[in-house]
Design a protein around this ligand. Structure first.
Ligand code: ASP
Length: 316
């Protein structure tokens, strides 16, 4: 890999050396599957992906299985079953998938279906569309054989009822979390998935970044993939995951690419954003990186037969 070095001046005026790797010469990482996912529940989700990869399965199947694991967990209050509802007490789900061929599928504002990520996969595989929303997405799911279930657990319902008493506006980082999963399989092919119940007690009808291709997830099999968690509105406005991948195309290493995308957000908020965004990124050569705006952010990485949780500190 040819490298060139130059000095970059960050928005805080600090110069830091960045090694730009020429993306054209990027080596494909084969026979060494990698799984990268958001938050501590990513560890258990990664295990599901690993099972598929060990059998020689492909990155798309592995990413979907990992996301399904988080969706099934009633104790995870930000994804699928047990997700905290919107202001009206409805659990509304957003999810998307993207594969190594650039195919994509997504669902938004979907209710009563336990595995939105698999509905998104069906949209990708079985329709000529990319995105289905709300009632149409539900009808499509049911006609494709998905069962309808009440996703509001007693625990989440009680939380919502407590919230109803004073309707305190939740600061975004208090209740957010989403699982985004990036996978590279033994052939070196990349795919990803993202699924969430979104911002707790959001307005009825609110859709976040998680079903938006390019915002919460983007995969370019020649370069790499990226995914997001955190305040969806801000990710959408900066087309975050697409930007991270484009930064890697320009030669920024994965972690630096995530930071460059976050720098755009910092700048838009006059250097003082008061919310969280976390990005994870995977490059075609198997290198990974992550970064977050504030506080800290955990991500789960499976690489070279080890599945471990890592913590990255906020940029500010
Ligand atoms: N990005 C998700 C959303 O805005 C939530 C999160 O990741 O915390 O819906």
């Amino acid at each position: 890999m040819k490298r060139r070095k130059f000095l970059r001046t960050g928005i805080l005026g600090l110069a830091s050396p960045v090694i730009l790797a020429k993306s054209k010469n990027m080596k494909n990482n084969k026979n060494n599957p990698v799984v990268l996912s958001t938050w501590n529940f990513g560890l258990a989700a990664n295990e599901q992906a690993i099972k598929i990869l060990r059998k020689g399965g492909n990155a798309m199947d592995a990413a979907e299985m990992a996301a399904r694991h988080a969706e099934s967990d009633p104790d995870n209050n930000s994804v699928g079953l047990g997700g905290l509802p919107d202001e009206k007490g409805k659990v509304t789900l957003d999810a998307c998938v993207m594969d190594s061929k650039g195919n994509a599928g997504s669902v938004a504002f979907l209710q009563n279906i336990k595995h939105p990520v698999s509905v998104a996969r069906k949209v990708m595989d079985d329709t000529k569309h990319v995105m289905l929303v709300g009632e149409g997405a539900r009808q499509f799911a049911v006609s494709s054989g998905f069962e309808e279930t009440n996703l509001l657990t007693k625990k989440s319902e009680n939380e919502w009822k407590k919230w109803l008493k004073n309707k305190r506006e939740m600061t975004p980082h208090e209740t957010h979390d989403t699982i985004s999963v990036l996978v590279q399989d033994k052939n070196g092919d990349l795919s990803g998935a993202c699924t969430t119940s979104g911002w707790a007690y959001k307005m009825h009808g609110r859709v976040g970044d998680s079903p938006i291709i390019g915002s919460a997830l983007f995969v370019d099999n020649e370069i790499g993939s990226a995914a997001a968690t955190g305040l969806g509105e801000e990710v959408i406005k900066t087309v975050g995951s697409f930007l991270v991948v484009e930064m890697m195309r320009q030669g920024y290493p994965p972690e630096q690419a995530c930071k460059e995308a976050l720098n755009r957000v910092i700048k838009l908020h006059n250097g003082k954003p008061d919310f969280q965004i976390g990005y994870i990124a995977m490059r075609k050569d198997g290198e990974v990186g992550a970064a977050c705006l504030k506080w800290s952010f955990e991500y789960a990485l499976y690489k070279k037969n080890k599945n471990k949780l890592y913590k990255t500190k906020g940029m500010m």
